[in-house]
Design a protein around this ligand. Structure first.
Ligand code: AHR
Length: 499
C-alpha cells in the first residue's frame, strides 16, 4: 500500500482559526429563503414563520456568519421594499433569477432569523442599480441608534439597532450577467466613494470590495489591481468567489480542486500586496472568500422546466451532492483554514436548497446533504491556532492541476487539543499515513470520523436522509506518540486528539 507521512508541530502556527471561516450565504434565489429558511405554513414554523427544523440544522452546521441578500439578486434590490407592514410591500421582478420577489421576507426578518440561528449578519449592498445614498440609507436604518428618519422607522418596525459590521460593496460587478455590470474603474470609483461615506458614519465598519467573480474571468488580476488602486485605503477585504464541478467527468482534477483554491488565494493576496507596495501603504488587504462550493453546471438549471415563467421561489440549482462532492468540500475547507493568515471571511454558498448543505421540501422534511458533514465537523473541531502540516505523499496526475499530492491535510491546536483534517484525493486506492506529532504530546484519540462510501456517488434524499453520513474511523491508531491511519480512496477524515 502506498504510504504518506505528515509532520505536525504546535511550534509552527500559521494564524489563529478565524470563526468567520465558517460562514454561509442566504440569497433571495430559488428556494433558499422561501420554503428554505422561511415557510410560515410549515408544521415546524415558529411565530416569525421560520422553519425550526432548518434553524436546528443551521446551528448543527456550526455557521458563524451569513451573507445576505445576494448574490446577483442584490444588484437590482431595493432594501426598503422588504421592511414595514407586509401588506404594503411591493411585488417586484427579480432580473437576476427571472423570478417574482414578494418581499414577504426582508431585512428585519433576516436579522430576527440571525439572532435565532446565533449567527452574525454580513450585508451586501446594491451597487448595480444603486449607489452611495441608498447604501447610507441602509446603514442608517440598520445601525443608527435613533432620532433620524430611518433609525426611527426601524424603531417603528419594532427593531433595535442591528450593529452590522461586515458589508459587501456590491456583488460580482465584473460579470456581464450582473445588473449594473461595470468596468474595474467604474466599480472601483463607486465602491471607494460608498466606503468613504459609510466610514463617515461608522469608521470601524469592515468593508469588502468585489474581486473577480471567478479566477477564470478575462480580467482576473487586472480587475483586482484596478479596483484596489481605487479602494485600497477605504476597504478591508477583497472578495474571491469559486465554484468547482465535475461536469466533464474528470474526477481526478475535480478531487484536486483545492489546489486551484490555494493558487487563487495566493494570486489575489499577491495582487493586493502589489497594490499596497505601489501605494506605499502599510495596510494589508485580506480576503473575503464570500462564495465557494461545489456547483454542477450540467445539473444546475436556470428554470424548473419548459417555459420561462416569472414565478415566486421556483426551484433553482438544487444540486444533489454525493460522497465525492463532500470529500472535495472538506478539502476546500482545508485550503481555507491553511490560508487563515489571509482569508478573514468565507461563506459556503448557499445555506438551504440552492447548492446547499441543507435541503427541504415545501411542507415536508429537511435533511443534510453529504457536504453538510465535513463542514459541520470542521467547524466544531477546528480551534486555537492553525498549524502548518509538512506533507510527504504519493502524487496524482491531473489534467487541470498537474501533479498534486494525493494526501492533503491541515491541523489546529488549542491548549492541548489537536485536530487533524485530511483527505485522500486518489481514486486508485487506500494510502497509509503516519503522523509525527512533534511536541504536541498527544496521548489519546477522542474522536475519529470519516466521510467515505464504497459508492462515491451515493447521495441523501428526503426518503433516505442519512444514506451518507460521517462514520466512526476505526483505522486511526495512536502508539508511542505516533499516529497511523489508512485513508481509503476518495475520503475525508477528522480526528480530535488530546494531550
Ligand atoms: O450563489 C449563486 C450565485 O453565484 C450568486 O448569486 C452569484 O453571486 C454567483 O455567481
Amino acid at each position: 500500500m502506498p504510504t504518506a507521512h505528515l509532520t505536525i508541530d504546535p511550534a509552527f502556527p500559521i494564524a489563529p482559526v478565524n470563526r468567520r471561516t465558517f460562514g454561509t450565504f442566504v440569497e433571495h434565489m430559488g428556494r433558499c429563503v422561501y420554503t428554505g429558511i422561511y415557510e410560515p405554513d410549515h408544521a415546524t414554523a415558529d411565530e416569525d414563520g421560520f422553519r425550526k427544523d432548518v434553524l436546528e440544522l443551521t446551528r448543527e452546521l456550526g455557521v458563524s456568519v451569513v451573507r445576505y441578500p445576494g448574490g446577483n439578486f442584490v444588484s437590482g434590490y431595493r432594501w426598503e421594499d422588504g421592511v414595514g407592514p407586509r401588506e404594503d410591500r411591493p411585488r417586484r421582478l427579480d432580473l437576476a433569477w427571472h423570478s417574482v420577489e414578494t418581499n414577504e421576507f426582508g431585512l428585519d426578518e433576516f436579522m430576527r432569523w440571525c439572532a435565532k440561528a446565533g449567527v452574525e449578519p454580513m450585508m451586501a449592498l446594491n451597487l448595480g442599480t444603486r449607489g452611495v445614498q441608498e447604501a447610507l440609507d441602509l446603514l442608517e436604518y440598520s445601525n443608527h441608534p435613533g432620532g433620524t428618519a430611518l433609525s426611527d422607522l426601524r424603531a417603528e418596525h419594532g427593531a433595535s439597532p442591528y450593529g452590522v459590521k461586515l458589508w459587501c460593496l456590491g456583488n460580482e460587478l465584473d460579470g456581464p450577467w450582473q445588473v449594473g455590470h461595470k468596468t474595474p474603474t467604474e466599480y472601483g470609483r463607486i465602491a471607494a466613494e460608498t466606503a468613504r461615506a459609510m466610514r463617515m458614519v461608522e469608521p470601524d465598519l469592515q468593508l469588502v470590495a468585489c474581486g473577480s467573480s471567478s479566477s477564470k474571468m478575462p480580467l482576473f488580476g487586472t480587475w483586482e489591481r484596478e479596483v484596489l488602486r481605487e479602494t485600497y485605503e477605504f476597504v478591508d477585504y477583497i472578495s474571491c468567489h469559486a465554484y468547482y464541478g465535475n461536469d466533464d467527468g474528470d474526477t481526478a482534477s475535480f478531487l484536486a480542486s483545492a489546489v486551484d483554491m490555494d493558487h487563487f488565494v495566493d494570486s489575489v493576496t499577491a495582487t493586493a500586496d502589489h497594490v499596497g507596495a505601489e501605494l506605499k501603504s502599510r495596510k494589508r488587504i485580506d480576503i473575503s472568500f464570500d462564495e465557494w462550493n461545489v456547483w454542477y453546471g450540467d445539473r444546475s438549471t436556470r428554470t424548473d422546466g419548459p417555459g420561462d415563467q416569472w414565478e415566486v421561489a421556483p426551484r433553482r440549482i438544487e444540486d444533489e451532492y454525493n460522497v465525492t462532492d463532500a470529500v472535495v468540500l472538506g478539502n476546500l475547507l482545508i485550503s481555507l483554514l491553511r490560508h487563515s493568515d489571509r482569508v478573514a471571511v468565507a461563506c459556503l454558498a448557499q445555506l438551504a436548497n440552492v447548492i446547499a448543505p441543507i435541503m427541504t421540501e415545501p411542507g415536508g422534511a429537511a435533511w443534510r446533504q453529504p457536504t453538510f458533514h465535513p463542514f459541520a465537523i470542521t467547524s466544531r473541531l477546528a480551534s486555537g491556532q492553525v498549524l502548518r502540516v509538512e506533507t510527504d505523499s504519493p502524487t496524482v496526475t491531473t489534467a487541470k492541476h498537474g501533479e498534486v499530492t494525493a494526501i492533503d491535510a491541515v491541523a489546529t491546536y488549542d491548549d492541548g487539543r489537536l485536530a487533524l483534517f485530511a483527505v485522500n484525493r486518489s481514486t486508485e486506492g487506500p494510502i497509509e499515513i503516519t503522523v509525527d506529532l512533534g511536541r504536541a504530546g498527544v496521548t489519546s484519540i477522542d474522536e475519529a470520523v470519516i466521510v467515505h462510501d464504497i459508492d462515491p456517488l451515493a447521495t441523501n434524499s428526503a426518503t433516505a436522509p442519512d444514506r451518507v453520513s460521517a462514520q466512526h474511523f476505526d483505522s486511526a491508531q495512536l502508539k508511542d506518540g505516533k499516529l497511523t491511519l489508512t485513508l481509503p480512496a476518495i475520503s475525508w477524515c477528522a480526528l480530535s486528539l488530546s494531550a
